[in-house]
Design a protein around this ligand. Structure first.
Ligand SMILES: [Zn+2]
Length: 190
């Protein structure tokens, strides 16, 4: 006697000669003996269920082993991603930070606030100068610095520039505006 065509039976619903279904055995193989202790006891003596369960457990062991395998970042992936980061464009009140898979728009005032905070923090600890201005100009962030008389200007300017750039990268990602530092004033001792 053949099965009616309008009553399809999936593999999992297929009953074994003993009446148990493959779906029940899959549950035991996947979730452990606690999923159905009665079936486990039955399978210990049933040749049909015993053979199916052994095969299913072997398959699930492979699945578990694959799931436990740590996923390693392919060699060179990070540098390829960084290479594809294209750059920064000013967009009238916003910086467009091009990134993999799209662009991030950040309001200029947000970038200016971040840069100001970073520069002020550094200068407070360094003591060699004061922050006079921070403004967004096209694709860059310009920092105006007043340097204390006698302080080597170039090293301080570079320190500020590097610190602000690193701070922006930390908050905005790898693609950030260029930072320029202008020494606009000298503070003389009183
Ligand atoms: Zn059975």
């Amino acid at each position: 006697m053949t099965e009616p065509a309008n009553e399809p039976t999936t593999v999992r619903e297929r009953a074994l000669p003993c009446g148990r279904t493959l779906a029940d055995l899959v549950a035991v193989a996947a979730d452990g003996p606690g999923a159905d202790p009665v079936l486990v006891a039955h399978a210990a003596d049933c040749p049909h269920c015993g053979a199916e369960l052994a095969a299913l457990r072997a398959q699930w062991d492979l699945v578990r082993a694959a799931a436990a395998e740590p996923v390693h970042t392919p060699d060179g992936l990070v540098s390829r991603v960084l290479d594809s980061v294209r750059g920064v464009r000013g967009r009238g009140g916003e910086f467009q930070l091009d990134q993999v898979g799209g662009a991030l728009l950040v309001a200029e005032r947000v970038v200016v606030l971040l840069a100001r905070s970073a520069a002020a923090d550094l200068l407070a600890g360094h003591g060699g100068g004061h922050l006079r201005s921070v403004r967004a100009a096209g694709d860059t962030v310009d920092i105006g610095l007043a340097v204390r008389f006698g302080t080597p200007i170039q090293p301080l300017a570079e320190l500020v520039r590097a610190h602000v750039s690193a701070w922006l990268r930390e908050h905005l990602g790898t693609s950030v505006p260029a930072v320029t530092v202008d020494v606009v004033d000298v503070i003389y001792p009183v």
